[in-house]
Design a protein around this ligand. Structure first.
Ligand code: SIN
Ligand code: FE2
Length: 216
């Protein structure tokens, strides 16, 4: 009898290890996607995307906003987690349940139990926007992982080692993919290559990334 699945190649496993402590969960949240996107729209209305300026005076190509108890901000005085949105003078929008649940579920799938993020940085990439290689190290609690959720246009994610010069691997992240890194990979250098042009059926001409953190 012919094997119907003989020519399906398994080169995109559902759970791929990027490094010890880091996994890529492909197409992780199809079912709750409408709830996540609806919650995202509400947040962005209350705290619109803005282009932050780095301490060195460079305006970032990625536009950012936040939800949760604190939000990540950058200005001429440095990087910090702030309970107040500097643009509105008000607290950041609360972290909605579909965000919280998705982050906790992804963390468990990656082997990290009881992940309770208190911040979610929301990055918006339009074509050409990129994020240079960096470590997420402004959090006081480095035992908790980082959970990173991709929506919209595909991007090339660079994932390296614990030094800036360690070799990086490149991964294509598409709508619905989640990357989790923690433990020995918690301070791994990572970044995003310039976003190619495109139009996504749900999200339009952009990529949105949600990164969940436990800051303290
Ligand atoms: C980040 O490092 O904060 C974002 C990574 C991404 O956009 O995939
Ligand atoms: Fe990061």
């Amino acid at each position: 009898m012919t094997d119907l699945f003989a020519d399906i190649r398994d080169d995109q496993p559902a759970c791929e290890e990027l490094a010890e402590g880091a996994v890529l969960l492909r197409n992780f949240f199809a079912a709750e996607q409408p709830d996540v996107i609806a919650a995202l729209r509400t947040i962005v209305k209350a705290a619109p995307f803005r282009h932050l300026v780095t301490p060195g005076g460079h305006t970032m190509s990625v536009a950012m906003t936040n939800c949760g108890r604190v939000g990540w901000v950058s200005d001429s005085s440095g990087y910090r987690y702030d309970p107040v949105d500097p643009d509105s003078g008000k607290p950041w929008p609360e972290m909605p349940a579909p965000f919280r649940d998705l982050a906790a579920r992804a963390a468990v799938q990656a082997g990290f139990d009881a992940f309770m993020p208190d911040a979610c940085l929301i990055n918006r990439y339009k074509p050409g926007a990129k994020l240079s290689l960096h470590q997420d190290k402004d959090e006081l609690d480095l035992r908790a992982p980082i959970v990173s959720v991709s929506l919209g246009l595909p991007a090339t994610f660079l994932f390296g080692g614990l030094t800036r010069s360690a070799p990086q691997k490149r991964y294509r992240l598409t709508h619905g993919d989640v990357v989790v890194w923690g433990g020995p990979a918690r301070l791994a250098y990572h970044g995003v290559a310039p976003l190619p042009d495109g139009e996504h059926p749900v999200m339009g001409g952009q990529r949105i990334n949600l990164t969940f953190r436990k800051t303290q």
